[in-house]
Ligand binder design. Structure first.
Ligand code: FAD
Length: 438
């Protein structure tokens, strides 16, 4: 029997468990740990609350979770409650699937001003992540600036723009719904260093901006490259650029019918944030794109900003005793192998890129590495204690481990507490989650 510990119950963790089951069948026991008492990582706390069909992928993980040789152990933070070397003593393979939960810092003067947030914090607030539920952003100003030209920036802009009615059927947490309902924001500016041909926005998400009840996208036609150049783009990006062209072509009187604008400010490199306690302006430098890179022109201007959310990427949180690549912001690894017996997968392996589905081949490829290491003898003989050893350690430390069955009770309580038409009302603090289990 081989024992595998997977740290992190997001997509990468569950796809790795699924792959291990397929590869080793009854000869493997997998324990999936998570620091939260609830599973599924960014499916729960990242994917937008108004994209319920995407969140539905967790039903697939449930199949894996409910099989006899896979176990969920929630409310266990690796690095705090148990160390990686301790797990290595107990399991043949330890797989870090801890994602990239920290915002890449906005390294400009003024980034510490009030009402400036990274997207992990802001998204965590509206999605009810216990770490960020108390964020309490001030939405009483007129202009929000969203920095970044990827899908996370689109999520943030859309959530800021939606009406209460447009959140029907979503699982946005009530504290965020109430705050957004009272929001005074009239203008959302999406700022990016480069131009329309360099966006990382997918057509479905970009297209949604054109269908909002009270908000309309604004694109300056002068920012668009010559249309003939679109032919060189890969098809998804070409579709997105075509959408931008459609936004730019919309007559002013049509856009003016909507009280809230979502303006794209391309070729604008953030330079500094200004304000007394709270942010008031974002200063940017006009850029030109030279062979795909933004180059400053020296011309600067200010964009009013009562709220700033930077969506410029994420970093993995280092864990003691695990080699870390500081520059890349993830564990140092060779195709998932950190050392024989210690691995990483998903965002913790490759950084914050790709969709949920990208983590599936990642998980399957990693299990092949584990198989290679077993077959080469690098993992030694099958003599580790696995879950019985962990249970003894947990008891000795007084850890309150949340099982998958406990999670199902928490889930049931969240479903019972849902607003009318909503799938659930999430618990936003760990104590409340644990109480719901008892
Ligand atoms: C805002 C946002 C929106 C997104 N929307 C979409 C979308 O609409 N469609 C799409 O396809 N993709 C989307 N993605 C991308 C998708 O969420 C990721 O590809 C995927 O979640 C990465 O999976 P992961 O398992 O590597 O990390 P995660 O999903 O982050 O899971 C990591 C898990 O590890 C746990 N953990 C971390 N540290 C520890 C520790 N020390 N001990 C124990 N547990 C720990 C965390 O609690 C978490 O549960 C979005 C991402 C973001 C940020």
């Amino acid at each position: 029997m081989r024992h595998i510990a997977i740290i992190g119950s997001g997509p990468a963790g569950y796809y790795t468990a699924e792959a291990a089951q397929k590869a080793f069948g009854d000869d493997v026991r997998v324990d999936i740990f998570d620091l939260l008492p609830v599973p599924y990582g960014l499916i729960r706390s990242g994917v937008a609350p108004d994209h319920q069909s995407i969140k539905g992928v967790s039903r697939r993980y449930e199949k894996t979770a409910l099989s006899d040789n896979v176990r969920f152990a929630g409310n266990v933070a690796v690095g705090r409650d148990v160390t990686v070397p301790e797990l290595q003593e107990l399991y043949d393979a330890v797989v870090l699937a801890t994602g990239a939960p920290q915002d890449r810092p906005l390294e400009i003067p003024g980034a510490e001003l009030g009402n400036v947030f990274g997207s992990a914090a802001f998204v965590g607030w509206y999605n009810g992540h216990p770490q960020f539920a108390d964020l309490d952003p001030d939405l009483s100003g007129e202009t929000a600036v969203v920095i970044g030209m990827g899908n996370v920036a689109l999520d943030v802009a859309r959530i800021l723009a939606k009406t209460r009615r447009e959140f029907e059927g979503s699982d946005i947490v009530s504290h965020a719904l109430e705050a957004l309902d009272k929001s005074a924001i009239e203008r959302i500016v999406v700022v990016g260093r480069r131009g329309p041909h360099q966006i990382m926005m997918t057509p479905k998400e970009l297209g949604e901006l054109g269908e909002l009840e009270r908000a309309a996208p604004h694109v300056d036609p002068l920012d668009l490259p010559d249309e003939a150049e679109d032919a060189l783009l890969e098809p998804g990006l070409r579709k997105s650029v075509t959408l931008l062209r459609g936004f730019a072509a919309a007559p002013e009187y049509v856009r003016a019918e909507k009280p809230l604008s979502i303006a794209f400010d391309f070729f604008a490199q953030p330079v500094a944030l200004h304000g007394t306690d709270r942010v008031e302006f974002l200063e940017v430098e006009r850029t030109e794109v030279v062979t795909g890179r933004a180059a400053g022109t020296g011309e600067t201007y200010r964009i009013p900003a009562s709220l700033v959310v930077s969506c410029i990427g994420y970093r993995t949180t280092p864990i003691p005793n695990v080699p870390f690549d500081e520059r890349a912001g993830r564990f140092a690894n060779d195709e998932g192998r950190i050392l024989p017996g210690l691995y990483c997968v998903g965002w913790a392996r490759r950084g914050p890129s790709g969709t949920i589905g990208t983590n599936r081949p990642d998980g399957y490829a990693l299990v092949e590495k584990i198989r290679e290491d077993i077959e080469s003898g690098a993992l030694g003989s099958a003599s580790k204690q696995g879950r019985s050893g962990f249970d003894a350690l947990a008891e000795q430390r007084g850890l309150d481990v949340v099982t998958f069955r406990d999670w199902k009770k928490i889930e049931e309580a969240e479903e019972k507490a849902a607003r009318e038409g909503a799938p659930r009302e999430k618990f936003v603090d760990i104590e409340a989650m644990i109480r719901a289990r008892d």
